[in-house]
Design a protein. Sequence first.
Length: 219
Amino acid sequence: MNNMELIRSRHSVRGFLDKPLSNDSVSALKAEIEACNKESGLHIQLITNEPEAFQAGKASYGQFKCCKNYLALVGAKGQDEKIGYYGERIVLTAQSLGINSCWVALTYKKGKTDVKLGSGEKLYMVIALGYGETQGAAHKQKNISDVSDYKDGDPDWYRNGIEAALLAPTAMNQQKFRFERNGDKVTAKAAWGFYTKTDLGIVKYHFELGANLDNSIWN
Ligand SMILES: Cc1cc2nc3c(=O)[nH]c(=O)nc-3n(C[C@H](O)[C@H](O)[C@H](O)COP(=O)(O)O)c2cc1C
């Protein structure tokens, strides 16, 4: 699957099968997490077979069903955008392994998570992981013109980057971001709102994959 197919295949999934992650997938996820932590200085952790954070033993907790695996997104304060960027990199790695996911800022029991915090670190949010009962469904998307200065005749890479960003998960599907291009550089900005800085990191990662460019694209 190429990157755009991978991005198109990902949707939030909140109901999971009672099936542990395969050993090979756990190893692959851990390797990717280690690479992300090394590059970013974050302290992202994979937690498996832990039913408490999503009350997986109870009939239903929030919208989640049978979630026993998750990523704990941990880092120093003020790292919201990085949390988005690297969290989504791991989400798409999970998707490539056939593991479904959902970013979760609110609807879990923070006090019940099995997470290790170093000094000065905090738990930003978690990402539910598992084999979905379904593959989820496409979210409603804004138009390219709502989120960018794209106009006819602009380069394909710019359009592709924005299209990939519009397929990204954002909190409450708010899509409060904006791209502007100046030659071969792009500025990405978050509007005011809940978790929009984290959303910005997520959409910047999608943009890079869609445009097939690295992070030197950003102004
Ligand atoms: C930063 C962030 C926080 C989120 N928090 C929650 C949450 O607390 N509970 C939940 O059910 N979904 C949560 N979501 C999932 C969004 O609702 C979902 O990504 C959005 O509706 C788009 O749908 P999609 O992921 O299927 O494309 C969150 C997503 C992001 C990016």
